[in-house]
Design a protein around this ligand. Structure first.
Ligand code: NAI
Length: 214
């Protein structure tokens, strides 16, 4: 059977569903209707039904959704039923903040090593995770299972490092450097650009101010 292509927009909404369902689970909520979920999430109930129908209709007529089942199934779709080993390249402000954030582990993402070029940082540990010399990167990748590399180095250094990571077999790059990476198609790059999010906020604020000035 031809597998239905799930739109990017739907995939983009799944982490939010997952988060809300996780909150409900923590509150021991067993089931929820699309109407209740829609009130909570400020998404229309029909949007929720449509989104979730993409994956084979989790809901039951008159019952709503079983929170735990839906949470587990969305987790599977997002690949959260697996464990991922992460390395962080660049142990500066951002790299250290990521390494210090324990909640990623709850979701199955484990920071295993951090690499930096600065001899003053090499040998230090963050939350028990050692900062290694960048010269050891290739060997580390060859000897260990690494699923994702977070890139938190200066923009100018990111493209070369990304190319090396790809060459040495890394398939997932979580890129924080404010630059586009051009890599082979089988390398998955997820960009996180806080500045772009801030620009969207400033756009919305200025639109609002314009409306108020009228
Ligand atoms: P930082 O200067 O504190 O840290 C950068 C680290 O990378 C330093 O420790 C440096 O020694 C290391 N480094 C430089 N070249 C390297 C190499 N070839 N191999 C390994 N390590 C190397 O900078 P910060 O504030 O942590 O920012 C890091 C990156 O993240 C920058 O590109 C910055 O523009 C970006 N950034 C992105 C944000 C986002 O929303 N995506 C938010 C803040 C920063």
């Amino acid at each position: 059977m031809h597998k239905k292509q799930i739109s990017k927009a739907v995939i983009n909404r799944l982490p939010r569903y997952y988060r809300y369902l996780g909150d409900l689970l923590e509150k021991d909520v067993v089931r929820i209707s699309s109407k209740e979920l829609s009130d909570k999430m400020k998404v229309t109930a029909s949007q929720i039904r449509q989104d979730l129908n993409n994956f084979g209709g989790f809901g039951q007529q008159g019952y709503g959704y079983n929170v735990e089942y839906l949470h587990t199934e969305i987790g599977k779709i997002l690949g959260l039923d697996k464990k991922y080993n992460i390395i962080i390249i660049g142990a500066g402000n951002l790299g250290q903040a990521l390494a210090n954030y324990v909640d990623f582990e709850r979701r199955g993402f484990y920071v295993k090593a951090i690499f930096d070029i600065n001899p003053r940082l090499v040998g230090l540990s963050i939350r028990g995770i050692e900062i290694k010399n960048i010269d050891e990167l290739k060997e580390y990748i060859t000897m260990n299972q690494v699923d994702i590399a977070a890139l938190t180095v200066p923009k100018a250094k990111a493209p070369q490092l990304a190319a090396d990571l790809a060459k040495w077999g890394i398939k997932g790059i979580w890129n924080f450097a404010p630059t586009d990476l051009h890599l082979a198609e089988d390398i998955i790059v997820e960009n996180v650009h806080l500045a772009e999010s801030l620009m969207k906020l400033s756009y919305k604020l200025s639109e609002k101010n314009k409306a108020n000035d009228k």
